[in-house]
Write a protein that binds this ligand. Structure first.
Ligand code: MG
Length: 274
């Protein structure tokens, strides 16, 4: 009897000590538990949706844009062509934070299907200040072109959403979405043929110039330094703490196949402490 008690106690102690040695990321099914990297987006989304500072930064961008555009209109066209503005859509004039919030809360990354489904709802709201600014431009004879990497199949729903909100030039002649193999620069060249573009608006540096396309973090920063006088001048930048090329091309170096564990390691490695 005593011997069997000893055996039972030994087994219990052995089991406990084995559990103690398991890595903390081990789950009940025996596989390594992946970090929920999508939840890291929550703070940025929360800020965009709640911080009055986000709104204030958007107003600041469009107030500055108005001042600059007034000057451009007063100076008139240097080429004789009519004046135009090129603007991005997402997180520049349309706020997609509800899509980001839903995906992050579910712990799911971006997917084309879910993104198109969100677009089909036509429920995006306008970025603070964007509507007033673009309508000011249009009322003063400046044509607005929308160049966006939304998928080509989203044209109708995007235009419907923008028309409902009251954006100017929300029609098929003034919107250039992403078609296979056609980058933003090629689409900008189409506008240059007939218009003098005096201003660009975007939340991503690729919205302004092809020099920023597919560049890693250090290069993006060096390039931004090299054209610093353009920001707040002909390049009007909107805040987007939720996503962007700073993350996909910069942090993740253009690789879309990292596992959550690898992403977590990369993120921690790129946080500069003291
Ligand atoms: Mg954008």
């Amino acid at each position: 009897m005593r011997f069997s008690c000893f055996i039972s106690l030994s087994l219990i102690l052995f089991s406990l000590s084995s559990c103690k040695n398991l890595p903390q990321t081990e789950n009940v099914s025996g596989g390594a538990q992946q970090p929920n990297v999508e939840s890291y987006q929550l703070q940025g989304i929360l800020w965009q949706q709640n911080a009055a500072e986000y709104k204030a930064l958007c107003f600041q961008a469009f107030n500055l844009a108005t001042l600059q555009l007034k000057e451009e209109i007063a100076n008139k066209s240097a080429t004789g062509k009519p004046l135009a503005i090129i603007t991005d859509i997402d997180e520049t004039v349309l706020d997609n934070s509800p899509y980001q919030a839903t995906r992050a809360k579910e712990g799911k990354p971006y997917s084309r299907d879910s993104w198109v489904a969100w677009g089909n709802l036509e429920e995006a709201t306008s970025v603070p200040g964007s509507l007033d600014f673009l309508n000011y431009a249009s009322a003063n004879g400046v044509t607005v072109f929308y160049i966006s990497d939304r998928h080509d199949i989203q044209q109708e729903t995007t235009l419907n959403n923008m028309k409902k909100l009251g954006f100017p030039n929300a029609d098929a002649d003034h919107i250039f979405l992403k078609k296979k193999g056609v980058d933003k620069e090629t689409r900008r060249q189409k506008v240059y043929k007939n218009y003098e573009v005096v201003m660009y608006l975007g939340d991503n540096l690729s919205d302004f110039s092809a020099i920023f396309d597919n560049q890693p973090t250090q290069k993006r920063n060096t390039l931004a330094d090299s054209i610093k006088k353009k920001f707040g001048n002909t390049f009007i930048v909107l805040p987007n703490p939720m996503y962007g090329a700073w993350q996909t091309d910069g942090i993740y170096e253009g690789n879309y196949n990292w596992s959550p564990t690898q992403k977590d390691s990369i993120i921690r490695e790129k946080l500069n402490g003291y």
